[in-house]
Design a binder for this molecule. Structure first.
Ligand code: C2E
Ligand code: CA
Ligand code: CA
Length: 854
């Protein structure tokens, strides 16, 4: 006998020869395999003389696809009972469901698993055989009934035996069916509507209160989501009413842990009672939570793709753009038609090489993503910083199929970071490095100097009398001055050096790669010279000077804090040395700092402790030799340090805010002490008191003076104030108002140190000034320097021209006196005539002077 003839046949339908080959290999030992590589061919094999016993049907095929093949087979009564198993791509659950709806008995997932393929094919072929057999049997029984008497006993026996065999096989097959169900993970249920008996096979592993008796669909209500129940009920009733072929619903159920799960339920009436009323329902239950979850995620992803503010591009493995979102267009200016289908405009990195280099892409492929800051380019050609995240999609073989880039424009963030970095490290007024950055530079500089064996110098620079300028000319002028100073400092140093502003009028400089101390003094000289050039402030040219302290690594220390402190100390030494000079630190200076701090502390109660001591220096008329008043010069009678010069403590009092109070005390004391000399007629002329600028612009000055005059009884019209040029500069309304008020009271004003501050003298016209006091520097060199003599001559002629009195100070010898007399100077003051004297000595001098004159 031909053995092949009794082997069941299986039709393999697939457009991929490789899939056919795989299935054929699995089945060829037990079945005859027929092959079709398209739908039409499959149909013609089915309709041939030898239809297959089972069909393995691929869904996705060109032309007539699997669904249609299945549908057409099921429409033809003759072939409708051939079991069809769909072969579907993995995880395409939707496909499975559709296939089952079309009448397929089962499905197989690709890639195909041999044991499952074999088990399913075997189960379904056998089921078919049994069905065919039962049909045959029924046919026979029918025929038997027709010819009741013709039945032979032997035939009956044979029939019984085959029925017995059939029952056994059915039992065996039920086992297989169970296995198959188990493999699919689905639950199979059976509901007897008459008895209410509800049985479950392969129940889903969910803890739900499903009872073994179900009378009504309402019984499930307790664990089904309220929003879903109405729909289930509707579909169920529709099916019972025979409105639908089967009943299907997806809905949510709550397990005993209060967790929700999505289920897909499909059922069908499988038995009716003789009256045609549904008697039994069967169906399956499937957990589709993961499907629903993916569906929601996909929805969300699609939504986010369009709605996120990050730009997104998707490229294929060759970096050809496949898709972009709206934000991409917003940020770059490129619309989808302009970029899709073209190579991705690759962002560059800061170093200007392509950021998405093959190397980076390779790395992204290995790590699944890459992240970095890069420079993107807009349609208008401009560059912008972007934070880019590249993710990689791979197929199941692990090869990259797509790159996905998401980026945001971080221009704003970059700018603010840059701004913050700048603010943290630079002085906003002058643009010089600030304290923080300077400290960094010193630390770094020290390391370099240590390594290379160089010297390094730290310079501490403080502008002389800056507070006075700032307070009298106003802060705007102070700012201009500081900016100008900064730019000059920067011009005095090399590229490897640093100039920084620590705050106020304090500057520091770091000189690196120094070979010897000479190089340092060259720089400090350059700075002092550069600062000596006039600066234009509020329309007038103005001169500043600075005191500079220097500390050197490694001569003075290794630690940056020590070096800074030493430079600061040296700077104070420069100040004490008369300002406008530079000093290199010596151990000796350390003592001075202590001294300075001690003085600052002592200033607080020097008035209360009556430590103010006044000296008086007479002024004389050059032509007559008569004493024309005197200047009050203050000293501090310090309990520990003896007499302290005003050059030392007045600036301290100005800086520490004590000057107004101390100045007032000086005026009061002078008026009280000098009053008897005037009332006794020992002296004519005026009592001249020096006023600090801060004192002068104090709003209560006129009232304070009134009070002192009231208290002391000194004749107010014999009073004179000496103020410096900078005090009356600028548009200080207060200053002019005060000058007028003082003049109204009969007080004279004298411009002290005249000629040093401003090169322009035009401002003098507007001011109610009485006297010009020629600065000592011109007097000092009047004999030797033609230039200074010329200056003195012009000041004198200017004074005459403006109808002002003129006086020369610090006249120390006869030659100076002679020259000044020749130049028509009216008065003089200086050691030549008298040193500043304590009150009692001055009184004695006045008495002898008066006696001589008499
Ligand atoms: P100044 O107003 O220019 O005073 C003149 C300075 O020259 C005084 O120094 C005086 O002692 C000194 N002097 C006078 N004649 C000669 C001379 O022939 N040769 C030399 N080498 N020096 C001479 P002093 O007393 O040390 O005062 C220094 C500065 O302190 C003053 O300069 C003034 O700016 C300030 N000062 C003094 N007393 C007061 C005061 O009561 N209030 C304020 N705000 N400042 C004061
Ligand atoms: Ca003076
Ligand atoms: Ca002076």
């Amino acid at each position: 006998m031909d053995k092949q003839k009794f082997r069941p046949s299986v039709l393999l339908v697939d457009d991929e020869p490789i899939n056919i080959k795989v299935m054929r290999n699995a089945l060829k030992d037990d079945y005859t395999t027929l092959v079709a590589t398209d739908g039409e061919r499959a149909l013609s094999i089915v309709r041939s003389n030898n239809p297959p016993d089972l069909i393995l049907l691929d869904i996705m095929m060109p032309g007539v696809d699997g669904y249609e093949v299945c549908e057409r087979i099921k429409q033809d009564k003759q072939y409708a009972n051939i079991p069809v198993i769909f072969v579907t791509a993995k995880s395409a659950e939707e496909e499975e469901i559709k296939g089952l709806e079309l009448g397929a008995v089962d499905y197989l997932a690709k890639p195909i698993c041999f044991p499952i393929l074999k088990a399913k094919v075997k189960t379904h072929i056998e089921l078919k055989r049994h069905r065919d057999f039962v049909e045959l049997l029924l046919d026979k029984q029918y025929q038997e009934m027709e010819s009741r008497n013709s039945l032979h006993e032997q035939d009956r026996m044979e029939q019984q035996a085959s029925i017995q065999r059939y029952i056994e096989e059915i039992q065996e097959n039920q086992q297989r069916l169970k296995l198959s169900l188990w493999g699919s993970g689905d639950e199979f249920w059976n509901w007897n509507l008459e008895s209410g008996e509800f049985s479950r096979e392969n129940p889903l592993p969910l803890q739900m209160p499903i009872s073994a008796i179900r009378h009504d669909i309402e019984d499930v209500k307790s664990y089904v989501h309220p929003e879903d129940f109405a729909e289930i009920k509707q579909r169920f009733n529709d099916h019972l009413a025979n409105k639908t072929d089967h009943f299907e619903a997806s809905y949510r159920v709550k397990d005993s842990n209060d967790q929700w799960h999505w289920l897909l339920e499909r059922g069908k009436v499988v038995e009716h009672d003789p009256a045609g009323k549904p008697r039994r329902l069967s169906g399956t239950l499937k957990n589709i939570s993961h499907l629903k979850h993916t569906e929601q995620e996909l929805l969300l992803a699609a939504k986010s793709f369009e709605n996120i503010s990050d730009a997104v591009w998707v490229c294929d493995e060759n970096l050809i753009v496949v898709k972009i979102n709206d934000a991409f267009t917003d940020i770059t200016g490129y619309s989808a038609p302009e970029v899709v289908g073209r190579p991705l405009e690759r962002p560059v990195s800061k170093s200007n090489d392509i950021a998405l280099s093959p190397y980076v892409l390779e790395k992204a492929a290995i790590d699944s993503s890459w992240q970095g800051e890069v420079w993107g380019i807009r349609k208008n050609g401009s560059h912008f910083p972007q934070e880019l995240q590249v993710s990689v999609l791979k197929d199941h073989q692990g090869s990259v199929t797509h790159y996905i880039g998401a980026f945001s424009d971080i221009t704003y963030r970059k700018n603010s970071e840059e701004k913050l970095r700048y603010m943290a490290n630079y002085d906003s007024l002058t643009g010089l490095p600030n304290r923080t950055l300077f400290m960094d530079r010193i630390k770094h500089g020290l390391e370099v100097a240590r390594r290379n064996g160089h010297l390094m110098a730290i310079l501490f620079l403080d502008l002389d009398k800056f507070k006075v300028v700032n307070d009298s000319l106003g802060h705007a002028s102070g700012d201009i001055l500081l900016k100008e100073v900064s730019s000059r400092l920067s011009d005095c140093i090399r590229d490897c050096d640093t100039a920084a502003r620590l705050g106020g009028d304090e500057f520091t400089l770091l000189l690196e790669k120094i070979n010897n101390a000479d190089e340092i003094s060259q720089v400090t000289n350059r700075i002092l010279e550069a600062l000596a050039e006039p600066i234009n402030l509020v329309g007038h040219s103005f001169r500043v000077s600075a005191s500079i302290g220097v500390a050197i690594y490694p001569d003075h220390g290794n630690d940056f804090k020590d070096l800074l402190r030493f430079a600061d100390i040296a700077m104070y030494q420069a100040k004490s040395n008369g300002r406008n000079n530079a000093q290199i630190y010596t151990a000796e200076m350390n003592k001075n700092t202590l001294f300075r701090t001690e003085l600052e502390r002592g200033l607080r109660d020097m008035v209360e402790n009556d430590e103010l001591l006044l000296h008086y220096q007479p002024k004389v008329c050059l032509s007559s030799g008569v004493i024309q008043g005197m200047e009050v010069l203050v000293r501090w009678q310090h309990p520990k340090h003896g007499l302290i010069s005003p050059d030392i403590f007045i600036p301290l009092a100005e800086e520490s805010g004590h000057i107004v109070r101390i100045g007032e005390a000086i005026i009061r004391k002078a008026c009280i002490e000098a009053k008897p000399w005037w009332s006794r007629g020992l002296v004519c002329g005026r009592l001249a008191i020096n006023l600090s600028a801060i004192q002068f612009i104090d709003e209560n000055l006129p009232e304070r003076i009134d009070a002192i005059i009231e208290e002391s009884g000194f004749p107010i019209d014999s009073l004179e104030f000496e103020i410096t040029e900078s005090t009356v500069m600028g548009d200080h309304v207060q200053a002019i108002e005060h000058m007028k008020k003082l003049q109204d009271r009969g007080i004279h004003l004298s411009i002290d140190d005249f000629g040093t501050g401003y090169s322009s003298l035009s401002y003098l016209k507007g001011f109610p000034v009485n006297t010009l006091k020629i600065d000592r520097s011109f007097v000092k060199d009047i004999q030797a320097s033609h230039r200074d003599k010329g200056i003195v001559a012009s000041i004198i002629s200017l004074a005459h021209h403006l109808n002002l009195k003129v006086i020369a100070e610090v006249v120390e010898n006869i030659e100076q006196q002679q020259l000044l007399t020749d130049l028509n100077c009216q008065e003089m003051q200086g050691f030549l005539f008298s040193k500043p004297l304590p009150g009692r000595e001055l009184e004695a001098l006045l008495l002898t002077h008066a006696r001589k004159r008499a």
